[in-house]
Structure formats: C-alpha cells, structure tokens
Unconditional design. Structure first.
Length: 360
C-alpha cells in the first residue's frame, strides 16, 4: 500500500513515480512523519500530479518492464522454477510484445495473445501456465503504475486438462527391472519405484543420507539442472518435502550391492553423490534414455520416469495404505494434493474390495 500507518501513529508514503526514460529505471519516493491520513492522501496526490506519472510511462517498451519483472519475481524461486519462468518469457511472452509500449496494452492485445497461444503446439496445461505468467506480469505492471488495469483479467484462462495417469503394476515393474543389467540404473529405477522419491531427490542423495541400521533415507535436498550452471543442489520443493522415508529389506540389499560395486570402481565417500562417476552426477537425460530403452526391451506400457512415483502410490494403495501415510511419504504439502491426484486409485481399490466381498 502507498500509505502506511506507523507504530508511532504517523503516516508514511511510499509510491512509484513510474519509469524514467533517461535512467531506464523505475523511480520511487518516500515521505515520513505525516500526522494525519488526510494530509498523507493530499501529499500523495500532489506528488503524483507534480511528477506527471502518466507522462512518465509513455514510451516504455514492454520488454524493458519484463526484464524488471523477472529480476523482481525470480530472486526467491528455486533454480528449476527460475529456468521454467525465464523460458516462458523468452519463447512466448517477450516475442509477442516486440516493440509494443506497455501503456498501449489493451483488451485487443490480450485477445490476440490468447489466439496465438491456441495455435501453439504445446499441451493445454502448458498454455494455461503461459497465460498465468502473462497475467502475473501484467499485474506487476499495474502495481507499479505502468498500466491502469490488467486486460487479461477480462479473458478466461485455458481450462485445466485432466491428464490420464499412467503407472505400472508390481508385475509390470518386475518385468522391466529384470531387463536392467546396469547396476547404477537398476538402483535408480528401484528407488524411484519403491520409495516414490522425485528424481531430483534421488540424484541429490549421498551415502550419509542412508541409515542402514534404521532402514531409512533422509530426504533433505534436491538436485536440478540449470543451463549454463550445471547441476545445483537446493533445499527440497516444500517444507514437507524434507522427510524420512522407511525402506524395505530388499531395497537395503539393492543399495548395499550398488555401494559395494561403486566403491570398488571410483573414489567414494559420505559426501560423494550416490549416483555419479568419479564424483560427476549421472545426467538426467542419460537416465531417461536408459529408462526408455529398458521399457522397450521389457515390452511394458510406455510411461514417463516420473510415473514411477505414481506407480509407487498405486502399490501403496494396493497394499492398503491410507492417504495420510502416502501424503507424508511423498512429501506433499497438503493431503488435498494427494487425494486430488490419486483419489481415483482409491475408487478402483474400493471396487475390487466390493467384488471380493461377494467371494466371502
């Protein structure tokens, strides 16, 4: 808010004066110690009139405001989220504006933006994400007085598309894993299926994250790839993503076999990335290619690497685990996410249960 009441009862004004075409920066001004709200509002009006705010933003190109917005909005994002947002602006939003001035943005431009998106060969859900990013940018422009209103608010976003979930049954996974003859990839795929970890969480693991006595894996970090920077280790996706996963004896045996193998091949200590060659992490793309190769050999249904996480949940539901336990194991921030994502699997389990009652 431009006007704020302070603890001592006085008022403070903090307002944007718009974009200065000479310095190519957004300018602000602050006034403190104002005794009444009425006086603060008068000073605010006088400042805006004196600085001719509307005249100040004429001629500002949208791409200059985009640069400012990105610097402002991505500073607290995780590396992978930063990259995703930057790519959306680079490929879809900035090119749309070309030389359009930000204060010229109207409902006509907003309609054309959506029409252009409709013709793009990307999923409906990704179009929805691009639309949301554009609207967020225009909200920023309104907040800092580059625009009077967000024209995209007058247009409906793309409807969320329900994606059919693919997953493997235990027998399908067993057919697949029997074909994997490289121990490092066998261990990665095994962990993804039997723990439900995200692939970034698996790639971030070190030996000290595994407690062989208590049979647990401590998930306290994640690994993401950023173009130009390589692999970065950051904190997990959410607070709830930091968690302790209990693992079964077979998984312990698989890990011990792999660690024994890798220790004899390369220098290896408690801080070495678990899935690396001489300390260099196995690239995600290599893991994905191997996954597809072994899928074809096993002749199982085609799924994504991330779908092993869904397959893990299907397995947990099959053996009778409740939604709260699954939520904690997956590191979801809210049980609603778990139920919205996997609720239909519970429905299937209930149908099978009803059928079994007829057999009693």
């Amino acid at each position: 808010m431009p006007i704020k009441k302070m603890n001592d009862g006085t008022y403070k004004i903090d307002i944007s004066l718009g974009y200065n075409p000479l310095t190519k920066k957004r300018e602000r001004t602050t006034r403190r110690g104002i005794e009444t709200l009425k006086a603060a509002k008068k000073i605010e009006r006088d400042l805006l009139n004196k600085n001719d705010l509307k005249g100040n933003i004429i001629g500002v190109k949208a791409k200059d405001v985009i640069k400012e917005y990105l610097e402002h909005s991505i500073k607290n994002d995780k590396a992978s989220s930063q990259l995703k947002k930057e790519n959306v602006f680079k490929n879809y939003i900035t090119p749309f504006f070309e030389d359009i001035k930000i204060n010229d943005m109207t409902i006509v431009h907003a309609k054309k933006f959506k029409e252009d998106l409709i013709c793009r060969y990307v999923s409906n859900n990704y179009k929805r994400y691009i639309f949301t990013m554009m609207s967020s940018f225009l909200n920023y422009a309104v907040k800092y007085n580059y625009l009077t209103k967000n024209p995209l608010k007058q247009i409906d976003n793309f409807k969320k598309e329900k994606v059919t979930m693919k997953y493997w049954t235990l027998s399908e996974f067993n057919r697949f894993i029997a074909k994997v003859d490289e121990i490092e990839f066998k261990t990665i795929f095994w962990l993804l299926y039997y723990t439900g970890m995200r692939k970034g969480e698996v790639l971030a693991l070190t030996l000290k994250d595994i407690n062989f006595i208590n049979k647990t894996i401590d998930i306290n970090k994640t690994c993401s790839y950023v173009t130009g920077k390589g692999y970065l280790i950051t904190s997990p996706k959410t607070i709830e993503s930091k968690r302790l996963i209990y693992i079964n004896k077979k998984t312990i045996d698989i890990l011990k076999e792999y660690i024994n193998y890798i220790s004899n091949q390369y220098k290896f200590n408690n801080d070495t990335p678990l899935f690396s060659i001489n300390g260099v992490r196995i690239p995600k793309e290599t893991i994905r290619r191997k996954f597809k190769r072994y899928q074809r050999q096993a002749e199982v249904i085609d799924i994504r690497l991330h779908d092993l996480r869904h397959s893990h949940v299907a397995l947990l539901i099959y053996i009778g685990q409740d939604a709260l336990s699954i939520k904690k194991r997956l590191g979801h921030s809210d049980i609603g996410i778990t139920l919205n994502t996997y609720g239909h699997l519970y429905d299937d389990a209930q149908k099978k249960l009803a059928s079994k009652l007829d057999e009693v």
